[in-house]
Design a protein around this ligand. Sequence first.
Ligand SMILES: [Fe+2]
Ligand SMILES: [Fe+2]
Length: 199
Amino acid sequence: MADYEAPQQRAKFRNFEEGTQEDWSLIATHFMQFAGGVADRVLTHLKLLDGDYGGFPIDRLQHCLQTATRAHRDGRGESYVVMALLHDIGDTIGTYNHPDIGAAIVKPFVTPEEHWICKQHGAFQGYYYFHFLGMNRNARDAFIGNPYFDACAEFCEKYDQAAFDPDYDTLPLEYFEPMVHRVMSRPRASAGPIEGAAT
Ligand SMILES: [Fe+2]
Ligand SMILES: [Fe+2]
């Protein structure tokens, strides 16, 4: 599903030990072009949650949209709202650790606090239902003392656990798309993007 122009030129190495400046200049050029499409690729993946109910009152895409809508209407900034929109994007392929997936996707584009909220929201959501499944609803207490504890608890209380209302006036994905594009066009930090893309 490449959404960028197919490379006409390719590096000549068969392993990295053979790499040359020419090879890596070429790859860097292609990376910059490819990176520009990350928002579209993420939005495409988010749509996989459409129609996925899993027994919940609304499907997982609507839950993500409602979480983002509630955060947006509460005056949160764009990077926070995008984190809210994508917090459950990992449900499709991260069945047993979905918060890790969403957190990894938003990490370059959000504040450390917003990243932590996304990564740990599973344990904090558990406060509202773990006890119904024979688990400890206070599992989040393992994070007491963390500077982001209250922020994560607030995210779950105000937006995430509250976002299962079929009658809520949820904004459509189209409303958030420009926001996702803006936020994901401004990476705050990056750990070797080209190496990351190639390996
Ligand atoms: Fe979640
Ligand atoms: Fe959620």
